[in-house]
Design a protein around this ligand. Structure first.
Ligand code: ZN
Length: 495
């Protein structure tokens, strides 16, 4: 579950949010395609405006196997034309696009144009989209939001050149009534609520589900990323904004506004008590707890061990702490989002895992921490600090007097990084510790990048549950056992 109470405000343009939240009623036709001429089987209702030739050809199409070739042109305005019927209404907004190509040997200015009769019946022309078309290359002329002229009637859409009389090709002529669902209504259910966050998160993880690019693409960069999720989440932390807009579907009833104590992540300093927001209500009373913790992720180049570990934990309803290596994050944000979604603890393993972290000066020590913190906050759309696992567990007085967070250390070292280490070695080590009573309350050091580790976790999770253990995050383990952590100190165990 997403923990909205832990989400707090980040600096964001208030005017941008207002802009996205003040759109009006939602017409039934929103998002519908009105014209999609692909010329796969014919001329799709296009014909010549005059004596030029407009024919379907089956070579060199922009998409599919067919396009139009326009030749024998005597005037700039000679080109393919199609009538626009009553689907296009005066004063309404539509998107238009078409692909064009020419082979004259030089650049040609081309345009997608509208012919219509104005209120007095006079034939009038307007440019919808224009562009410079390089010779031999398909170029898309497009206008995402063309406002149809007021009092227009008898409308035709056509393609022409500005001054050349060269032959040209046309393909993929499209027009849509753009969706006017509000940005943030990712699932088009006409309200912006936690379900939009859940649906977008699910889409980012699985590339499946009911999410629309037009409304989920919060930063309008043409693709759905963690940044969009971050911006969407922020809609929930400005209740005062949603309350002052005209949009009645945006309410705060589904998400309680964070109370000040929960909303404000405190500014932590070395020596401060860790701001432990862990929810331990899911752990039954009287359980033995162990904090499995995994360094060196997220996995690279499509490796799945991190996901396998998460899935094994999720299957048992368990949580763990993942210490992420900053420079491995770009391109692998989805694994971190999945960890957050699964209730796991996202944590910090420095930016580039320096060998000599314990010999660095304070500003380097801090920037290694802050760079990862900022990255994680961006990905998750939150403002938090994150527990740190020190590279190679190397501490120094500079580190412990500089970083504002505790350092979960190593109560049990599985040594899963040793060459030749096997899953069975980890399994029997943990099982023995459970059986001799030394596992309870321990921070266990593991690394998510090894197949043997993933295999061990897959087998250990059901075994630990059967043997009365709950696997939980470091913060959860301390909270559950009534223990505090302090910034700048290392912790092998909560006891
Ligand atoms: Zn490491």
């Amino acid at each position: 579950m997403l923990n909205m109470n832990r989400v707090i405000a980040r600096t964001l343009s208030i005017s941008m949010l207002l802009m996205t939240l003040t759109s009006t009623a939602i017409p039934a036709s929103a998002g519908s395609t009105l014209l999609d001429a692909t010329f796969e089987n014919g001329t799709d209702g296009f014909s010549a405006r005059a004596t030029e030739s407009v024919e379907r050809v089956s070579t060199g199409a922009y998409e599919g196997s067919g396009c139009l070739l326009i030749s024998n042109r005597r005037n700039e305005w000679n080109g393919p034309v199609t009538p626009l019927g009553s689907d296009w209404a005066a004063g309404e907004t539509y998107s238009f696009s078409c692909a064009v190509r020419q082979e004259s040997g030089s650049d040609v200015a081309m345009q997608l144009s509208l012919q219509y009769d104005d209120a007095s019946g006079k034939t009038t022309y307007a440019q919808i989209a224009t562009g410079t078309v390089s010779s031999g290359e398909w170029t898309v002329l497009s206008e995402p939001a063309y406002i149809f002229p007021e009092n227009s009637g008898n409308c035709y859409l056509y393609v022409e050149t500005a001054s050349d009389l060269c032959d040209f090709y046309v393909d993929s002529v499209q027009s849509e009534k753009p969706s006017v669902y509000q940005r943030g209504d990712a699932n088009h259910d006409e309200k912006i609520d936690k379900q939009d966050v859940a649906d977008l998160l699910n889409w980012l993880l699985t590339k499946e589900g009911n999410v629309s690019l037009d409304t989920a693409d919060m930063d309008k960069n043409g693709e759905l990323t963690a940044a969009d999720l971050s911006l969407l989440r922020q809609l929930f932390i400005y209740p005062e904004l949603t309350a002052t807009t005209t949009v009645t579907t945006v309410t705060t009833t589904t998400t309680a506004a964070p109370t000040p104590s929960e909303a404000e992540w405190p500014e932590l300093h070395p020596g401060d008590k860790w701001f432990n927001t862990a929810d331990v209500s899911w752990i039954p009373a009287g359980k033995k707890t162990v904090a499995l913790s995994f360094d060196d992720g997220p996995c690279q180049n499509g490796a799945r061990e991190g996901y396998r570990i998460q899935e094994a934990l999720n299957k048992q309803g368990f949580h763990a702490t993942f210490f992420y290596w900053g420079e491995r994050i770009p391109g692998n944000e989805a694994e971190i989002l999945a960890a957050e979604k699964g209730g796991h603890e996202v944590a910090n393993h420095t930016w580039n895992h320096p060998d000599n972290y314990h010999m660095m000066d304070a500003s380097s020590v801090l920037s290694q921490y802050t760079r990862v913190k900022d990255k994680l906050n961006d990905i998750l759309g939150v403002k938090r600090d994150y527990l740190v696992r020190l590279p190679y567990l190397n501490n120094s007085t500079t580190i412990s007097s500089t970083l504002p967070v505790p350092f979960p250390n190593c109560g049990i070292n599985t040594a899963d990084y040793e060459p030749g280490h096997t899953a069975n070695q980890t399994i029997s080590q943990i099982q023995q510790a459970a059986q001799n009573g030394s596992l309870n309350g321990k921070v266990v050091l593991m690394h998510e990048v090894y197949d043997s580790t993933a295999t061990a976790v897959e087998q250990l999770c059901p075994w630990l549950e059967q043997n009365g253990y709950v696997v939980c995050t470091v913060s959860e383990m301390f909270k559950y056992n009534g223990k505090d952590m302090y910034a700048g100190r290392t912790y092998d165990s909560c006891f």
